[in-house]
Design a protein around this ligand. Sequence first.
Ligand SMILES: [Zn+2]
Length: 62
Amino acid sequence: MNFNCVFPNCKYKENNIEEEEFLKHLRDKHHNEIISISEKEEIPINMVEMITVSNSKVFINS
Ligand SMILES: [Zn+2]
């Protein structure tokens, strides 16, 4: 699976990695952002992670 991190100012882009690997990146680099989204939107952290993972997936090669 290909991922292109949706967070602004993040240049993370990897091809052919597993979802868990991208999750590791999120927890490593975007922990604070994820928490603040979770608080702002009042949704659980794992939901924010899921949404972020899904939004960061690249389905079409460009
Ligand atoms: Zn990132």
